[in-house]
Structure formats: C-alpha cells, structure tokens
Design a protein around this ligand. Structure first.
Ligand SMILES: NC(=O)c1ccc[n+]([C@@H]2O[C@H](COP(=O)([O-])OP(=O)(O)OC[C@H]3O[C@@H](n4cnc5c(N)ncnc54)[C@H](O)[C@@H]3O)[C@@H](O)[C@H]2O)c1
Length: 507
C-alpha cells in the first residue's frame, strides 16, 4: 500500500456530482451561514471577524486555538475561554501568548455561558467538552443567540437529539458538527467514486475499523470508559464512521441490529486471562511499573505496554497531570480496572432507507490501527484500505502518540506498512488504483480543509462535506439504536428512537 500523492477520476467515468435535495441541503447551508452570523448563505468573506467563545480547554481545543491565532486570525477572534479546570485554561493562555495573541482572552465559568454570550456579542460557541455535556452547551449557546460549532459526537442519546433539534427549530440558529474524517482526501476520493456513479447504485457496504492497543486503549483510561459520559464507542468513535457511510452513500440509516461487549479490557477480562495485580494508574513513582509482562522474544521482563505515564509527554503532563489537583481528572487510569461500562468489540448490521445494507465492526485492541471499507454497487466494487499504525511493538517512546491519524507515526513491520489504497473495479474490467492527494497536518490534511471551511465559509462544495446538526443526528442515530439493540438483543428502528426529527430523506 503506498502513500499516494495525486487524485484523479480514472477513465473519466464519474458523472457530475449529484446535489442533495433534502434536508441535508439545509444543513449544508446552515454550515455556510455560520461563517456569516447575519445569515447570508455563502459569503465570499465575513464582513467582520467572528467573535468566538470556546468551552472545553482539553486536548481537542488546541486545533481550534491554533487555527484562530494562525491561518484564520483574519476571520475569527477568540473572545472567551471556559473550562471547569482553571489549570487547563492557564495552559492555553500561555499557548495563546506563544502564538502571538496580544489581546487578553476573557475567562468565564461554564455556568455563565449565556451571560458571557450576551455581554460579549459572541457569534459562535466552539464546544470541545466531553460528549455528555454537548447537548447542554449547544442548547444554551443557541438560546443565548450564538451559532454553535461542536465536536463529534453531536450528543450521546435520544434526549440530547430532541433538545438540540427543538432548540434549532426555535432559534433558527446554526449548528456545525466538525466531521473532519469527511475531509481526509482518501475518504473524499471514495465519495467522488460513489457519487460519480463509477460502481453504479450502491447495494451494500462492508466496513471494519480497528483501533490499536495504544489508541483503542486510551478510551478505557478516562471519561470515555463510562457509557453515561461518552455513549460508548458506538457513539463516541463510531459516529465518525457512521457519518462517513451516510455521507458516502447519501442515505439515511433506518434499522440497526448490534451485538458485542467488553471482551478484552476491564478487571473481569484481566482476571480471566490471569493478569496479576495492576497499578491503578500509569503515572507511578515505582520505577519500572512492571506488572509481569514478558517479552516472549527476549524472555526479559519489559515495561507494561498498557501503562501511560503522563510525565513522559510535555502536553500530557502540563495539561492533565499537573492540573489533577483542581478536579481529580485522571487521564491515565489502568485499562484493566473495574468501572468500565463500554464495549470493546462491536458488530452491527444497518439497513438504509434506500435498501443498502451496512455490515460494520469495531475492535479496540488490535495490534495495528486502520480500516477497510468495501462498497458494492450494481456496476462494480470500490475498496479502501488504510493503515495508520502498522504495529505497536512495545515502543513505549511512541506510545504517547495516542491517535496515529492525527499525528502520523512511522511504526511499521516487515509485513504491514502505513499507507492507503483505493482500488476500484467495474464488472468485467481490470481493477485500478485511484491516486489520492494528501496535504499537510492531521488526517492527510483533512483537518486544515475542515478549518478553512469553518472559518472562511465552505462556498460550493460538490462533495457536500460541511455538516450540520441533521448529519450529527443521523450519525448518532446508529449508535443510539445500536446501544438499545445491545440491551434488548433485537433490531431497532431509528424512527422509533424519538430523536425529535424525521431523518428520512424527502421529509
Ligand atoms: N474529531 C476528532 O478527531 C476528535 C478528536 C479528539 C476529541 N474529539 C472530541 O472533542 C471533545 C473533547 O475531547 P478531548 O479529547 O479534548 O477531551 P479532554 O478530556 O482532553 O478535554 C475536555 C475538557 O473539557 C473540560 N470539561 C469537562 N467537563 C466540563 C464541563 N461540564 N464544562 C466545561 N468544561 C468541561 C475538561 O476539564 C477538559 O479540559 C469530545 O467530544 C471528543 O469526542 C474529537
């Protein structure tokens, strides 16, 4: 698999991009209008800099802060910053100074969001708090008169969807869900192939995603490990993936059957596999942190590969470890302790309104990280294979690169190599590889493209990448139905979830 560098539409077979004619168009227009608080659908450039308040000064907020003080300083201005943890706000205050920020950014208490928006004429609130808080801040932001940019997932349950859809209807304001995966050039390339009709009408999709023992493990170390915080991986992680499918095939999920469970992480699984006593957390003063793991090749005791020592990475230390005394947020809990209420192995069958069938799986303890998606159509098949980290080989030095899609890593082995390959084959023809152009930065340059759309307005995007609240609801609808199906053992219709909006096209 190679890292390809150029995109094309091989054979000129792809037809012109089909335009969305349903409520998605409204969502895309809503996303465009966010760049212009006055409500113009697709402005060339905002007349003034958008006044932004950011809530949630954790790991993800850095991307937005760097963008506002970097490439997008001409269209956006950070007016206020909020977090429950004053230490993390101080961390970003220092970063803002390093980035050359001259004006003082105001701090405000999370409970004062409404007053802050009104008193400071805030145009947009950027929400980068844990998932379970999203609905509250979205609704509050809209009601106080701001538009909202929210990290995925939109929310974690049906009640959150109802409240958000109701607030959007009442206020007429806009919500953008930043689905950065759509902007990854490889995912856009697959969209182009499908949208162009190269493989005909889509009949089914086979999609499997594997998270490795570094990135996958990370969801079991902190707030994500409790379903009431994250909705489980079906919401927190897979909403990215379900959004991709919804967008690739331009259709709506109707019925979901899910199966899975916690089969690797957690205290019970550890005990069954005979793992001995474990440290409660990774950041320990005991020195070796050896819990008896043996390197079978060398026959020597090695450091526990599941341990994350926050002191070994500057950002992890300064942002989280040194601020624990404010709120007790431990970012390095042991993945084999009790209290985990999310799944690590999941399989779903999803029926779409147009008759397509998705088979999906997620594994969170794989030795490599990446995904494979195969799309079957009436005229052929497209296959996208992506390896983001080919191997995790006890490399404790690289373990702090938690997400290899955000920060590319070089870990490879002789068999598997990092890279991506999109292969298309039409019936009765030879297969061909579709070249992919990658840019600089996270997700093959996708994050930069997303930020540009966000801060400059998307204009006309033939691929329809900007996503609004309806895309957010559609993506979490699969996970919400999946969670219900896990509980009942039965298939669940998204229309029966009470999401506050009819997801079907043409409604
Ligand atoms: N699109 C992506 O690729 C991507 C990547 C990472 C995270 N995310 C999303 O970003 C969001 C934040 O994730 P993160 O990894 O930065 O988490 P984090 O734990 O690093 O940061 C969350 C921050 O929110 C603060 N916080 C907690 N509760 C709060 C509350 N009630 N009010 C205000 N602040 C509160 C915490 O103190 C912390 O600083 C999540 O929704 C996550 O899904 C998206």
């Amino acid at each position: 698999m190679g890292n390809t560098t150029n995109t094309a539409n091989p054979g000129g077979r792809a037809a012109a991009a089909g335009s969305r004619v349903d409520a998605d168009a409204a969502a895309a227009a809503a996303a465009a209008a966010v760049a212009s608080p006055a409500g113009d659908p697709a402005p060339a450039a905002p007349a003034k800099r958008a006044r932004i308040a950011l809530i949630g000064a954790g790991g993800r907020s850095e991307m937005y802060i760097r963008a506002i003080y970097g490439k997008h300083s001409d269209t956006a201005e950070l007016v206020g910053l909020s977090d429950v943890n004053p230490g993390r706000m101080e961390y970003y205050r220092k970063l803002i100074q390093e980035l050359g920020g001259t004006r003082q950014v105001k701090s405000f208490e999370p409970g004062q969001l409404t007053a802050f928006i009104r008193d400071n004429a805030i145009d947009r609130v950027v929400v980068t708090t844990p998932d379970y808080t999203h609905a509250d801040y979205i609704v509050e932001g809209l009601e106080a008169g701001a538009d909202v940019v929210v990290e995925k997932p939109l929310t974690i349950n049906a009640e959150g969807c109802r409240r958000i859809t109701d607030a959007v209807a009442r206020t007429g304001r806009n919500v953008v869900v930043t689905f950065n995966y759509r902007y990854s050039p490889r995912n856009s390339a697959l969209k182009e192939i499908i949208q162009g009709g190269v493989i005909g009408k889509v009949t089914s999709i086979d999609f499997s995603w594997v998270l490795d023992t570094v990135h996958g493990a990370d969801y079991f170390r902190r707030w994500h490990r409790e379903k009431e915080n994250s909705g489980g991986l079906l919401i927190h992680k897979s909403s990215h993936h379900f959004d991709l499918v919804n967008w690739w095939i331009d259709d709506v999920p109707e019925r979901v059957f899910a199966s899975g469970g916690l089969k690797f992480y957690g205290d019970k699984n550890a005990a069954q596999r005979g793992l001995g006593a474990r440290p409660e957390r990774g950041t320990q003063d005991s020195g070796t942190q050896d819990s008896g793991t043996q390197d079978s090749r060398a026959g020597e005791a090695v450091r526990d590969p599941f341990v994350l020592d926050l002191r070994e990475d500057d950002k992890l230390r300064e942002l989280y470890y040194e601020n624990e005394h404010f709120d007790g947020y431990r970012r390095d809990q042991d993945v084999f302790t009790g209290g985990i209420t999310i799944e690590d192995n999941l399989a779903l069958v999803v029926d779409y309104q147009g008759g397509q069938v998705l088979s999906y799986s997620l594994n969170a303890h794989s030795p490599w990280e990446g995904y494979r998606v195969a799309v079957n159509g009436t005229e052929g098949r497209a296959e996208l294979e992506v390896v983001e980290r080919a191997a995790v080989q006890n490399s404790t030095d690289k373990k702090t690169v938690v997400d290899p899609s955000g920060t590319p890593v070089q870990e490879e082995d002789a068999v598997r190599h990092n890279g991506e390959r999109l292969v298309v084959q039409r019936h009765w023809e030879a297969a061909y590889e579709v070249p992919i152009i990658n840019g600089e930065g996270g997700h093959g340059g996708g994050d930069e493209l997303l930020l540009s759309d966000l801060f400059n307005g998307p204009g006309e995007d033939p691929l329809g990448r900007p996503s609004g609240y309806l895309d957010g609801v559609r993506s979490v609808s699969v996970g919400i139905a999946g969670n219900e199906s896990l509980g009942t053992g039965l298939p669940v219709r998204t229309a029966d979830l009470g999401l506050g909006v009819d997801l079907r096209r043409g409604q």
